[in-house]
Design a binder for this molecule. Structure first.
Ligand SMILES: [Zn+2]
Length: 118
């Protein structure tokens, strides 16, 4: 595998660069990428940002925490048995948790009727 680091026109300035995906304590703050890492023959690109222009991550508020919990609940709750797991479910491919995926269509309909009737 070959990884390429691409510099902007004019070259690197010598400033340390920031990978936002691996640095959760800061964010780019609206600045454009200063450089990019290209690998897998151009199929994957990671942007690097200047550390001196990065901003600290916004503080978590109760509203943001509640919104994040709702989003995670949507990804972790089985639509058939309504069980919430501590991991994300394969909803796009299987459409339910793994135990519900093994049910027949009749059993799945009966279980869905039971869990939504409450
Ligand atoms: Zn389920």
């Amino acid at each position: 595998m070959t990884t390429h680091l691409t510099a902007p026109a004019g070259g690197f300035t010598g400033l340390p660069l920031h990978d936002s995906a691996n640095s959760p304590s800061s964010r780019p703050g609206g600045q454009g990428p200063a450089a990019q890492v290209v690998c897998r023959r151009g199929k994957r690109i990671g942007f690097l940002y200047r550390v001196d222009q990065a901003l600290p991550v916004r503080a978590m508020t109760p509203g943001r925490a509640a919104a994040l919990d709702r989003a995670m609940a949507a990804r972790q709750t089985c639509p058939v048995c309504r069980t919430r797991y501590d991991h994300c479910l394969p909803l796009k491919t299987i459409g339910s948790c793994l135990p519900c995926a093994d049910l027949t269509d009749t059993e799945r309909d009966q279980l869905a009727a039971l869990t939504t009737a409450v």
